[in-house]
Design a protein around this ligand. Structure first.
Ligand SMILES: [Fe+2]
Length: 132
């Protein structure tokens, strides 16, 4: 599932990172479907994990810079999701690289991010527009 315009928050930095995030998730999904090596998929999962952390950190910095009132709730959601991602990586590693694990994992992370963007990140964009 690709990034689509209706997921735009309206803050270029955040949108660009979301797009990149979806691209990476898509690649991971493809790699799982094409039954690529456990090592390769493991690397991609590690990348997704570190990219997610970087993205959340940048988003949090941005929220602080505009004194966004929903910062704490966002931070909590981000921390919880990072925990989920770590669990998935563990599941993947202990499953010996199961395709099912990777496909479920992918669905879970894409669903989560899509909901998070629509429900929470979109409000950062709204707040930014209201400031102008
Ligand atoms: Fe967020």
């Amino acid at each position: 599932m690709p990034w689509t315009q209706n997921l735009s928050v309206g803050v270029a930095m955040i949108d660009d990172q979301h797009k990149m995030w979806f691209e990476k998730a898509e690649k991971l999904f493809e790699a799982g479907r094409n039954k690529q090596s456990k090592e390769y998929i493991g690397e991609m999962l590690a990348f997704l994990d570190s990219y997610t952390k970087k993205h959340f950190a940048d988003e949090e910095k941005y929220m602080l810079s505009i004194r966004y009132p929903g910062y704490e709730d966002q931070k909590k959601a981000h921390t919880a999701f990072i925990g989920e991602l770590e669990k998935l990586r563990n599941d993947y590693n202990t499953s010996g690289g199961s395709l099912l694990v990777i496909l479920n994992a992918n669905q879970m992370v894409i669903d989560w991010l899509t909901k998070h963007i629509s429900n929470m990140d979109s409000k950062i964009g709204q707040f930014t527009r209201d400031m102008r």
